[in-house]
Design a protein around this ligand. Structure first.
Ligand code: RIB
Length: 310
């Protein structure tokens, strides 16, 4: 069991199934609307907890019904949420999500209280945070507290995984202080300002981040798999094929799977295979957190692959 701390966003996902993504000015019907817990940070924490890790979440919610819903959920999963604060100055974050018939999604995030996570909050909980070994970050909270904490974690030789999603400009100091960057191909394109269409493009774009100080880049390439790029190597680890219903949070599940596997001291390629399995399984029902697997589920998945059932 690894000790994993997630610093990031907690959203409530308002999810609508659509037959297809529609055009500007067009009105279409949906026959399915559901409310789920989400947010890239919360999703990573939930996925890591379902994989039997000891998990702490650091973030901010509003002082509203949605916050109580999320806190109850974290209690159920035994996620330590002492450092999840409730703010009276902004509502809990919301994500408006459309999922089409192929399982692809479009997301609009209204950040609310997530954007109030600050350095003071990190300082107040720093001793508790430093009890953990592996750290998961994303980009749905302000950069300042992240840059501050990552610097300290680096000094303590912690494993730091940054999923640069949603993509934005990042300072080189942050890029070089993290242990692993896990962009998808769109985010890699934005971060590197280079094309990422082909595997060769991906390698060149990832190498440009390595030239800026990144140590390892694992590019999440959806149904193609994940490409591990270091200064001297690049290795493609293929994805597993499943019947995807909703790909929301597949990337978040991948990061949690990666952290879990690194906590078990798997080598990088084995860790990515494990993460690919977690991500694939997570897409097999509706909702960001709907199909996130337990360790037992992942084991059964690998058994099915071995027996040719997948
Ligand atoms: O990565 C998926 C998540 O992105 C959703 O749960 C949504 O809340 C947005 O943050």
């Amino acid at each position: 069991m690894a000790k994993i701390c997630v610093i990031g966003s907690l959203n409530i996902d308002l999810t609508v199934s659509v037959p297809r993504f529609h055009m500007p000015g067009e009105t279409i019907f949906s026959n399915d609307f559901k409310t789920f817990a989400g947010g890239k940070g919360g999703n990573q924490a939930v996925a890591a907890a379902k994989l039997s890790n000891e998990v702490m979440m650091v973030g901010k919610l509003g002082d509203d019904q949605y916050a109580n819903f999320y806190i109850d959920l974290m209690d159920d999963l035994k996620i330590n949420h002492d450092a999840v604060l409730k703010s009276k100055d902004a509502p809990s974050g919301i994500a408006l999500i459309e999922v089409d018939e192929t399982g692809e999604n479009r997301i609009i995030v209204v950040s609310g209280a997530n954007m109030l996570v600050d350095v003071a909050q990190i300082k107040n909980y720093l001793n508790r945070i430093l009890e953990y070994d592996i750290f998961l970050f994303q980009l749905e909270i302000p950069l300042e507290p992240m840059v501050y904490l990552v610097e300290i974690l680096k000094e303590h030789n912690k494993i730091i995984i940054l999923d640069p999603a949603p993509a934005r400009e990042l300072p080189d100091e942050l890029i070089s202080n993290v242990t692993i960057l896990t962009p998808n191909e769109v985010e890699l394109g934005i971060l590197s300002n280079m094309p990422t269409k082909t595997n060769d493009d991906v390698v060149l774009a990832a190498k440009s981040l390595i030239a800026r100080g990144a140590k390892k880049v694992i590019a999440k390439l959806g149904s193609r798999g994940a490409m591990l790029v270091t200064e001297n190597s690049n290795t493609m680890v293929p994805a597993y094929k499943v019947n995807a219903i909703d790909t929301t949070a597949a990337g978040d599940s991948f990061n949690a799977g990666l952290a879990t596997a690194l906590g078990k001291h798997f080598d990088d390629c084995k860790a990515i295979r494990f993460a690919n399995a977690v991500a694939a399984i997570s897409t097999t029902s509706m909702g960001a957190q709907g199909a996130m697997p337990s360790l037992k589920d992942v084991k059964e998945f690998f058994n099915k692959i071995k027996n040719g059932q997948i």
